[in-house]
Write a protein that binds this ligand. Sequence first.
Ligand code: IPE
Ligand code: IPE
Ligand code: MG
Length: 242
Amino acid sequence: MRQKIGDEIVKNVPQHVAIIMDGNGRWAKKRGLPRIEGHRAGAGRVRDVVEKCLELGIKYLSIYAFSKENWKRPKNEVSGIMKLSEVFFRKEFKKLVKKGVYFVHLGDRNGLPGFLIKILDNIKKNNAEERKMYLNIAFNYSGRNEIVKAFKSLSELVQKGEIVPSDITETDIDRFLYTAGMPDPDLLIRTGGEMRVSNFLLWQIAYSELWITEVLWPDFSGQLFQNAIEDYMKRERRFGNV
Ligand code: IPE
Ligand code: IPE
Ligand code: MG
């Protein structure tokens, strides 16, 4: 696809970008604030990135908001994140839907508080009709758990005699993931500087390009996102070929 970025006409805008939004706690600590203030500031950065995706024609954005491992955090931080998520949906959902943003939840509904399950149901009912882009929100998400879930669904098909084990392909596994029907991320961005993937989209990122910045998530901006996209567009992807 040819796209205009800045003054240049360039090609190869990624179809799907995934972001590990990390560094909220450190951002707050640097300012002598409680960690939850970092999460509050972080939630406010999502909108700019979504707007940038609409502007650049990026069709899929997957953001990592809360992992299954994050339940290990202190109770007050976890409940603070749950409440902030509710605030985020109340503030942003309608506005973004009007712009053609289709919301998708990646992750496990089980274990989420009732008020968030209600929000997820409401999203299903009132989601965007025109899908200019997909916003995948990974919440209570674990990449390995997603793969286990796909294994279970496939095993059931085997048990019912609907599929023979020797016929199972990668495409069969794909269709039981939360991202069924979507292209894999072309680019994985991580803020906060850690050099790891922290159980995010493990199956889907097999050939994603990585872009890691020291910038903490609450300091991230639409411009920095654009820089990452421009860097990505200069990369040569070989997929094992020469
Ligand atoms: C990422 O920021 C947000 C979540 C994991 C919910 P952190 O809270 O992990 O921030 P740091 O890594 O401690 O700075
Ligand atoms: C990854 O960040 C999860 C999210 C951004 C939601 P973490 O802060 O939980 O990752 P680790 O613990 O440093 O690997
Ligand atoms: Mg972190």
